[in-house]
Design a protein around this ligand. Structure first.
Ligand code: NAD
Length: 362
């Protein structure tokens, strides 16, 4: 099959980890008789430098005209002092909005061979396999008004938490669908004891659950969820929540496994392509050194094959190769323990490629 992928390397280590991901895609194409057409686009800092805007219209057009979008990372100190509308993050928020990607999926799976990389006790982390489903296009980050005000008694500020019922329905439904493919439990996280928006969220979750009698639904207040993620993360399967709660909880959950360099993500939901990216940023401190961990981006490719193309065998091949490489003891600097041999980005990528070849040949 032929698929068109828009590739956005971005800034910092983005281009380095994207190079690795493309090698993996080429390997999958060769092994499974597929063909990928790549079209490259600019976003973030590099787009500001070259085109004067973090999100050029051409990037939106290319993304819309593709089957999947693969993104490295954007941002860096060079652009930190620009005004808000010109910051690299605007490009990121803008492309998600333009593609109507309302669901952000972040799987967090503890790899047996990396349990020591976590700051939590081994027995707390072992066996963790959860998926955070975050609403991505509504809530506080987009509600209007969002402004500073000069009032008679001094300066004031307002952000607006706004959701349509239909926006809550579609994300909660997405979570239930995903739970069906996993361990059949949804934890809906809200702040229903305080916020009206959360009270509607909870009502909708109950309504949607009526159509999924095979899935268990539980409600959890966000403050308790933050605590439970550290105390007993194994209790979670699919966690669904609104934009800001999801932003915070997904970063917290990502730390369960100990390394940013291991975690992929997907943003899906619109009529067009999904967007796949590692959760880490552009890591300016290690950019250009060929030492970044490419596995999060490689696992993001696996998510693209699984969720956008429904190529389960191909996605499994990548995920198994990553697990095998880790179990064989190969490490990049960010996940290495004292005394372990450290591979650079290209060497780690080669190990994954060898493993995909091996798995398919056998
Ligand atoms: P970061 O994720 O870039 O880096 C945090 C730490 O983790 C650094 O020490 C970095 O070296 C390390 N790290 C991250 N990814 C790694 C990898 N693949 N392999 C090895 N080590 C890795 O977060 P930050 O330093 O807070 O942000 C740097 C820039 O990235 C900022 O401009 C920020 O706005 C941007 N950012 C972008 C995204 C995105 O594009 N989605 C996400 C977060 C941050």
């Amino acid at each position: 099959m032929n698929k068109k992928i828009t590739v956005i390397p971005g800034d910092g280590i983005g281009p380095e980890v994207i190079r690795s991901a493309i090698k993996v895609l080429d390997c999958i194409a060769a092994k499974f008789n597929h063909e990928f057409t790549y079209q490259y686009a600019k976003l973030g800092g590099v787009a500001i430098d070259e085109e004067g805007t973090p999100l050029p219209q051409r990037t939106i057009d290319l993304c819309k005209d593709s089957d999947g979008v693969l993104l490295g990372a954007v941002g860096g100190p060079k652009w930190d002092t620009l005004p808000g509308s010109l910051r690299p993050e605007k490009g990121l928020l803008g492309i998600r909005k333009a593609l109507q990607l309302y669901a952000n999926l972040r799987p967090v799976k503890a790899h047996k061979s990396l349990l020591d990389a976590s700051t939590l006790k081994k027995e707390v982390v072992e066996g963790v396999d959860l998926l955070i489903v975050r609403e991505l296009t509504g809530g506080l980050y987009f509600g209007q008004p969002q402004e500073r005000r000069h009032e008679a008694d001094g300066e004031a500020v307002v952000d607006t938490l706004y959701y349509k019922k239909s926006e809550i329905e579609r994300i909660v439904k997405q979570a239930f669908e995903l739970a069906r493919l996993r361990n059949k439990k949804v934890t809906s996280v809200d702040k229903a004891n305080v916020l009206e928006s959360s009270r509607l969220w909870r009502e909708v979750a109950v309504e949607v659950a009526g159509n999924y009698p095979d899935i268990e639904l539980e409600h959890m207040l966000v403050d308790n969820a933050a605590m439970q993620l550290i105390r007993n993360p194994k209790q979670f399967d699919v966690v669904v929540t609104e934009n800001m709660f999801g932003d915070i909880l997904s970063d917290e959950a990502s730390m369960l496994t100990g390394s940013l360099g291991m975690l992929p993500s997907a943003s899906i939901g619109g009529d067009g392509p999904g967007l796949y990216e590692p959760i880490h940023g552009s890591a300016p401190d290690i950019a250009g050194k060929n030492i970044a961990n490419p596995l999060a981006t490689i696992l993001s490719v696996a998510m693209m094959l699984r969720f956008s193309f429904h190529w389960i065998e191909e996605a499994d091949a990548i995920e198994e190769a990553v697990t095998n490489v880790l179990e064989a003891g190969y490490r990049t600097g960010d996940i290495a323990e004292k005394g372990e041999t450290i591979l650079n980005t290209d060497e780690m990528t080669e190990k994954v490629l060898e493993n995909i070849h091996l798995a398919i040949t056998n």
